[in-house]
Write a protein that binds this ligand. Structure first.
Ligand code: E4P
Length: 221
């Protein structure tokens, strides 16, 4: 499976890349805007924070297909192996088809429904990103949407992967992986929740205390 961080926080990526088996970093326009650095600056910084390994994802901003294609090619001049995120609108689908013919890998984003996601895969998207928490927030069932999408891709577009996105809890991410998704992207707070469990910290502290009480040191010798 592929594990991504959904952030443009360069320092956080550098810190967590040391700990997590990361496949790379995903961004979206809101995430990049929150850091106030242009993509031409932040994408190379993120790449360096990953130690030069791992895939980066960045999104086009245009609304019209041919302009999306131009932006995709410009983004790939910054990071040559970048995966281009394209919103799955009618124009976005047209852009994904064109980019496929040019050999540019894409991710169909802003996916709120299984049929919408399937269409982007059929158009040629390498990844499809359903928004789990945003579907839930609309009164839908994000995990059910992801499960259906995963089944549809397995049956009808096996060359495309679900990259499940928009999480507020580790449980949502685990449910997507149990549904068979090959990739997830975690915001920093959810990623931290995977590893900063209070019970684990308490267990390790108790081991240290018991050892210290018996041997007067924390060393093994
Ligand atoms: C993925 O493509 C999206 O950029 C992202 O995961 C959305 O997450 P949010 O709903 O927490 O903003």
């Amino acid at each position: 499976m592929e594990l991504y961080l959904d952030t443009a926080d360069v320092a956080a990526v550098a810190r967590l890349a040391r700990i997590f088996p990361l496949a790379g970093v995903t961004t979206n326009p809101s995430i990049v805007a929150s850091g106030k650095k242009p993509v031409s600056v932040v994408l190379p910084e993120l790449q360096e924070a990953l130690g030069g390994k791992g895939r980066l994802f960045a999104q086009v901003m245009a609304a019209q297909a041919e302009k999306m294609v131009d932006e995709a090619l410009a983004l790939r001049e910054i990071i040559p192996d970048l995966v281009v995120k394209v919103p799955v609108t009618p124009e976005g689908l047209a852009a994904i088809k064109i980019l496929k013919t040019k050999g540019v890998p894409t991710l169909g984003t802003a996916v709120y429904g299984a049929a919408q996601g399937l269409l982007s895969a059929l158009a040629g998207a390498e990844y499809v990103a359903p928004y789990v928490n945003r579907v839930d927030a609309q009164g839908g069932d994000g995990i059910k949407t992801v499960t259906e999408l995963q089944q549809l891709l397995t049956l009808h577009a096996p060359g495309s992967k679900v990259l499940a996105a928009s999480f507020k809890t580790p449980r949502q991410a685990l449910d997507c992986l149990l549904a068979g998704c090959e990739a997830i992207t975690l915001p920093l707070d959810v990623a931290e929740q995977f590893i900063n469990a209070p019970a684990v910290t308490a267990a390790v502290a108790k081991f240290e205390q018991d050892w210290q009480n018996a041997f007067g040191t924390l060393g093994l010798n």
